[in-house]
Structure formats: C-alpha cells, structure tokens
Design a protein. Structure first.
Length: 232
C-alpha cells in the first residue's frame, strides 16, 4: 500500500479535528487535479504503521479522513483502517471520486461521512474528464444516500475553462445530498499544463453562482482561498 502522507486538519471533517491519510494512486486523470504527484506512486507503508499513527493521534483527534488519490484503489486496506478507527470511537470519512460504486457499497457501514466529487454533469464525464464514469458516480451517490447513517457531501471544483454556470445548474438538478460544496479552482498545481496560470474564479462570482442554485439545493457552501468556507 502506498500513501502520500498524513496531516492533522480542522477543515476536512466539518466541526472536528481529523487525521487525514492521503492514499496514493488514482485511475482518473482530471485536468485540474491538484494532487497529481499521488496519481502513480507514493510512499510504501503497512497497515500496522498507519494504525500506530492513528494511535499516536487518538488523544487529540475526533475523526479519521481517508483521502487521495482515490482511496478505494486500496479497498481492502481502507476497510481495515475504517474498522480500526471505529474501534477507537473515532468518526470516519472518505473522500472519493465515486468511480467504484461496488467498493463504496461495502465500506459505507464503516463510514460516517462521504464526500463525492461531482466533477461535471454525469453525461459529460467522457468529454471533460476523459473517462466515461458518470453512471458510476451517480450510482455511488445513490448508494450513499440510501445509507441513513452516512452524511453525504457532493462537491464540485468550479473551473471556468471547463465548466459553465449552466453546467453547475445542471449538476445541482442531478444530485441529491446533505451538502453541496462549490470549490474555487486554483491553478498553482494542476495536471494539465494548459490550465496552469489561469485566473481563479472570483469568490464573488462563486457566491453569485451559489445563490443561483440555492433554490434547487437547500444546503450550499462555497470554499475559496480568500474567505475560506461560507454557507449560503
């Protein structure tokens, strides 16, 4: 198993201090990926080493978040990490692209919080992301919604070069979740060279867009470098 490291964060699990484990490897190649260094390789580690990190952090964390990369590439190890975290009475969260619905189905009973990246409208995954997984992502969303014990956040990184306001409105009509987050695109570290140096969307534009979709989705949040997290 390969990871990209761990951090302690106060923003990755709303209202809680969390240990975040970044798993390496991902089957997708999203143009705006900001963790591209994790796509192929990471640091080799074992479950026992990660259990020790959780143990060493347990006195001052409330939750364990497994992010990536795509965590469910390491499906069996992720289940063990979730089980171990729950045995210590820690909350658990997974950040996923939603590309592996059958694997997600098996981890839901060990997971309190799921964040699924809804990158584009479901029908546009092939054209914009390069992989036709829209149906898989939609299935993952529905599975998470059907699990009454799991809080579901859907989130989209708004990249003006790839997405329009109409695309965001279409996404808002297609999804069902407890919280929808619009994230500001940042071009400092991206996979596609054509996106490097592009201006980030203005936070006021993002807020305006959030207000436009608010009548469709009850719970909307924006996340920007300038103002952090703002509930609309």
């Amino acid at each position: 198993m390969e990871i990209g490291g761990t951090i302690i964060s106060s923003v990755e699990y709303t209202g809680k201090i969390a240990l975040v484990i970044f798993m390496a490897k991902c089957p997708l190649r999203c143009p705006y990926c900001h963790n591209s260094e994790l796509l192929e390789n990471g640091e080799e580690t074992t479950l026992e080493e990660l259990f020790k990190i959780i143990d060493d952090s347990a006195d001052y964390i409330d939750a364990v978040v497994i992010s990536g990369g795509e965590p469910l590439v390491h499906f069996k190890e992720v289940i063990e990490l979730l089980k171990y975290s729950k045995s210590l009475n820690l909350k658990t969260k997974i950040d996923t692209s939603g590309c592996y619905p059958e694997k997600l189905k098996k981890v839901l009973k060990f997971t309190d919080y799921i964040a699924i990246d809804i990158k584009v409208p479901f029908e546009k995954y092939k054209n914009i992301i390069g992989t036709d997984i829209g149906a898989n992502v939609e299935k993952s969303m529905k599975l998470a919604n059907n699990n009454s014990n799991t809080y579901l956040e859907c989130r989209t990184t708004y990249v003006p070069a790839l997405l329009s306001h109409d695309d965001i409105k279409q996404i808002s009509r297609e999804i069902e979740c407890d919280l929808y987050t619009l994230q500001q695109f940042r071009s400092k570290n991206v996979l596609d060279e054509n996106l490097k140096g592009l201006e980030s969307p203005n936070p006021h534009e993002l807020k305006k867009l959030a207000y436009e979709i608010k009548p469709i989705l009850n719970n909307v949040k924006i996340k920007t470098a300038e103002f952090g997290e703002e509930y609309i």
